[in-house]
Design a binder for this molecule. Sequence first.
Ligand SMILES: [Zn+2]
Ligand SMILES: [Zn+2]
Length: 426
Amino acid sequence: MKSKTTKVSRRNVLKKAAVVGGGAAATLLGGGVQAQAPSILTGTQAGRRFRAFVVFDNAPDTTIQASKASVEQVTMSALDENRVVVRTEACQVCYTIVGQAVANYNPARILGHGAVGVVEVVGSKVRRVQPGDRVIVANTPYCGQCYTCLRGRPDRCQMLPGAGNPMLPIGRLSMPVFTSNATPVDLSMLGCVGACGLGTALGVAPVEPASDVVVLGCGPVGLSAVQGARIKGASQIIAIDPIRARREVALRIGATIALDPNVEGMNLVAKVKDLCKFPTDRKFAGGRDWAPNGNNIGPDYVIEAVGGDRFPPRAEVGPDPTGILPLQQAWQMCSSAGHVTTVSVGQRGNFTVPAGQWSNGAKNHHPGNMNGVSTLRDMQRFARLVDTGQFNARALATATYPLDRAREAIQAVSDRTTVGAVITFA
Ligand SMILES: [Zn+2]
Ligand SMILES: [Zn+2]
């Protein structure tokens, strides 16, 4: 019978040779794999071998070329009842990976987060996915039960490794099943950078129609924010990036104007404010109280996605490698009751704001991560945006590399010579 031959049986799945590449990072202990948390051995998956890009024991200040990261054969030791095994098809490479590739991990860690793959095996307690499902493995898993999750910020889940917890199984809660015709390469953009960028425009500070939006930094996160602002109906979207190629992409996918911070120099804030003048400056006629460099005018939303340079880029260099200046500018240019949403990482230093404005003003600041994106709720929506062409994922996935060339992918992301990179698994 036809239905019998097309059904994925657990037994057949287990007969397949190579398995898995992680979606989120896993740690390695000794010669064997230990995935993200101490796990209960079921025995069913032990001994399966897969290849992965592993990093460990780097010297301080190493470069990507000198990193000990390498593709290794790894043997799986455990699949607990809450886990799933996913055969990875594509995994995005964001700037976070640049730092991880040169980090000194001990125990070793499998690099990679934000992946797309097909479920091969599920633990006995897994209900949400089944073998054969294509899934997005998002960069930020969440428990759905802790205080932060229940308050609507699952992207800040208290169970995240960053909160001091051991790495957690990713199978049960962060693997939305979706239906999509898009390629795994395109969909892998949603696992980290796309979700982060869309979160800035659709998440805790949703962009309103007819608004002015500024996006500082047009890497894959910023370019996703540009598209999110367009999807939400912003009237003006100002994209700012020192790299010409990225400004060109921004204009192609929704920005109405693109500015080079190196050209604008210290005039950038005034220039943006000037661009965000309302058609009328009469306060009682629906306009704004306009004055040169006045605090009332400015964009309704400023989305900052620049961050510090871990290594000097080989593309056009921005005005501040520490990443502090764009944060200052984001705060300064925002209108008095506007929203500043920041998602960047890797800054070195502190930034200052006028104390009175901070304590008694009306600017809203929304920090970080995925800005309230709930992967289980939102990934289906994001995948649909890809399918309908509303979100152009291919504009972000500008280079693909096989696993054996993972180091080159990370180098290109570090050099900023590509917008985003994707590692594909044959
Ligand atoms: Zn990432
Ligand atoms: Zn939680």
